[in-house]
Write a protein that binds this ligand. Sequence first.
Ligand SMILES: [Zn+2]
Length: 117
Amino acid sequence: MSDDQLPPCPECASDLTYESGGFLTCPMCAHEWTADAEDADAEPVTRDAVGNPLVDGDTVTIVKSLKVKGSGGGSLKIGTKVSGIRMIPDSGDGHDIEAKVAGFGEILLKSSVVKKA
Ligand SMILES: [Zn+2]
């Protein structure tokens, strides 16, 4: 293993970091940290209202009645089944699921208001 494969120091960006006793150490600023690459690379898991992990294609039910924005408007009632959900990157306001719902078309949902069916 070559030294230049180690990540640079997160404190001072020095690339002189070395591994020591399971830690990465920076000789420039004496910063020590762990190199747990597995955690850093882990895919973020989207979880439903009760903590079940959700994946693309799952069927969920709505646990909170929701107003749906869009041409028709209307609201989704508690217990509405939504199948074939798709995980999307958080849009910035908490919507992280995309799904097609009969009568509404394509809508965005928050994982916190659904439960895996
Ligand atoms: Zn440093």
